[in-house]
Structure formats: structure tokens, C-alpha cells
Design a binder for this molecule. Structure first.
Ligand SMILES: Nc1ncnc2c1ncn2[C@@H]1O[C@H](COP(=O)(O)OP(=O)(O)O)[C@@H](O)[C@H]1O
Ligand SMILES: CC(C)(COP(=O)(O)O)[C@@H](O)C(=O)O
Length: 280
């Protein structure tokens, strides 16, 4: 039987963020706030002569993941990787970071590389920043909670709170993260909209995020209609950054979102990436 390692990483919904440009990828990232969620990416890895990545969602298999392939190359290992997720990809659930963290956690054990969790996160962050697939998701998903990041990168000061109540989300489709992060004009608008404090709790997170979404000019036309419906029902809500979707919390949130698509009920994650098993 081929030796196999399996690991999981939580995803992350960003509510507001501001890009921070550093001298190298480790010092580059974002500040902002988000929720680490109990849904994410499960990665299964086995040694192979060449690296291949299969991305599985709802029984549909896609081939390739440039950030994951890059991270394996940098480690000098080759493996057959399968990532599996339930949430949609490219929809603001931080799944590129979760794919990197889960795959590197599994690879670390598969090849007995002896990397610390910080070293795994540092490599995931580098791949994420270089591919413009995210800025702050790896830093956030290192552990659980409603997260407020006050510096860029994985060693920044990060505060985490752990509310019990769920968050609900709906996706209207993908929004390519790299295209948004590549626009200097958009980055300037985002910087001006950035709130001056961390969220106190989940409703406050939705409230601060909503103010940011409005001022940043990032709200997509479809998202606007969902947010207006949430306003009408008195439900705190905002846009999944960066995805064509909405998250909401509190009484009635799931009913309002259900008018627009499949509703994901998400809990605030209690921990970051972890190894599930190594076989045999
Ligand atoms: N579940 C996954 N498994 C493997 N690679 C992924 C996964 N999700 C995203 N990626 C990689 O990250 C790239 C960018 O994804 P991105 O739009 O940032 O997604 P998200 O918003 O979900 O983080 C994708 O094109 C893909 O190469
Ligand atoms: C908002 C984003 C820049 C991208 O998030 P995603 O599209 O989920 O990869 C995130 O990484 C952040 O820094 O807050």
C-alpha cells in the first residue's frame, strides 16, 4: 500500500482588509478582520514521481493548482495531491490558503520533513502572496476564531475571539482574487475605506465589514440585492472578500439568504490546520 497522509485546514471569510506591501513575501500581506470557519479543505497526499493536483468538489474533478504545485517544488518534493472541499472555490472562503495549509501539513508528515507549524504557514503564505491568490488568509487560518490582524504575515499580532453563534453564507459565483489585488486604483479605495478598529463580536464584525464594503466600491451588482434584502429584514450582513457572495449572522439570516442560493451554515473554527492520519 502507498504511504498516504491526510490533513485538513479551515477556510477564512475576510470581511475587511488593506494590502500591506513589504520588501519580500514574508513581510507582504494584509491587515484586517475575518472569520476562520469550520469548513475548508481536506488534502490527501502520496509520494509520486511527478507532482499532480486533483481538486475535487461535488464529485467534479479539476486538475492543477499553481500555488500548491509551487509550494511542493520549493520543498523539493513530488507528490500526488487530492484536495476536497464543499464550499465553492474562488468565492471568498479562503480556500487557496486552506489548500496550501492542508497540503503542506500532510506533506510535512508524509516525508518526515520536520517543519514546525510556523514553517508550514510561512511556506503557505509565500505561495499565496506570490500567486496573488490571497494576502491574509494563511495568517488567519493558522488558528481559529474571529480574527483581527494588525500587521502583515504570519508573525503579526493577531487577536482571536470565539463566539458560539453560527455565520451563514451564500455564493453567487466566483470573483478572481488576483484581478482585484492587481488594481492599484482599487487598492487605494480599499485603504481609504478601512475601519479603524477590531470587531467586538460577530454582529459587530458584520457591521464593520458592511461599512468597508460600501465605501470600498467592491460590492458586485448581484451582491447589492442580497445585502438590501438583509437590510430589509434587519439582518447584519456583508460581502465575502473577495468573492461574489454574502455572509450574514443572527436571527433570520438563513431565511433571507435562502432566497438567493444554497445557504452554508458555518461555525467559527476552534483550531487551525491539523493532521488527520498517516497510512500505513
Ligand atoms: N480547494 C483548492 N484546492 C487546490 N487549489 C485551490 C483550491 N482553492 C483554490 N485553489 C487555488 O488557488 C487559486 C486562487 O483561488 P482564489 O480565487 O484565491 O480562491 P479563494 O477565494 O477560494 O481563496 C485557484 O485558481 C487554485 O489554483
Ligand atoms: C481578501 C483577501 C485579499 C483574498 O481573500 P480570498 O479571495 O478568500 O482568497 C484575503 O486574503 C485578505 O487579505 O483578507
Amino acid at each position: 500500500m502507498v504511504r498516504t497522509a491526510v490533513a485538513f485546514s479551515p477556510g477564512h471569510i475576510s470581511g475587511f482588509f488593506r494590502r500591506v506591501e513589504g520588501g519580500d513575501p514574508a513581510a507582504t500581506g494584509s491587515v484586517g478582520a475575518g472569520v476562520v470557519i469550520d469548513e475548508g479543505v481536506r488534502s490527501t497526499v502520496s509520494p509520486a514521481h511527478e507532482t499532480s493536483v486533483r481538486v475535487v468538489r461535488q464529485g467534479i474533478v479539476a486538475a492543477g493548482s499553481p500555488p500548491v504545485e509551487y509550494a511542493l517544488d520549493r520543498l523539493g518534493v513530488t507528490a500526488a495531491v487530492t484536495t476536497e472541499c464543499r464550499l465553492p472555490i474562488g468565492a471568498g472562503f479562503g480556500l487557496s490558503a486552506a489548500a496550501l495549509l492542508s497540503t503542506l501539513t500532510a506533506i510535512n508528515h508524509l516525508f518526515d520533513l520536520g517543519l514546525s507549524t510556523d514553517e508550514v504557514a510561512a511556506r503557505a503564505h509565500e505561495a499565496e502572496v506570490l500567486h496573488r491568490s490571497g494576502l491574509g488568509d494563511v495568517a488567519a487560518s493558522q488558528a481559529g476564531g474571529v480574527v483581527c490582524r494588525t500587521g502583515p504575515g504570519i508573525h503579526a499580532e493577531i487577536t482571536r475571539i470565539y463566539p458560539e453563534e453560527p455565520l451563514y453564507a451564500v455564493s453567487l459565483g466566483p470573483l478572481p482574487t488576483a484581478s482585484v489585488l492587481s488594481s492599484e486604483e482599487t487598492m487605494a479605495r480599499i485603504a481609504a475605506a478601512f475601519p479603524d478598529r477590531c470587531p467586538r463580536d460577530l454582529p459587530d464584525f458584520c457591521h464593520l465589514s458592511r461599512g468597508f464594503a460600501g465605501k470600498s466600491g467592491l460590492i458586485a451588482p448581484g451582491v447589492r440585492g442580497v445585502l438590501e434584502a438583509c437590510d430589509g429584514a434587519g439582518v447584519p450582513a456583508s460581502m465575502t472578500m473577495l468573492g461574489n457572495g454574502v455572509f450574514a449572522c443572527g436571527d433570520g439570516a438563513d431565511q433571507v439568504l435562502a432566497r438567493f442560493g444554497e445557504v452554508y451554515r458555518l461555525n467559527v473554527a476552534r483550531s487551525g490546520p491539523y493532521l488527520i492520519e498517516v497510512r500505513p
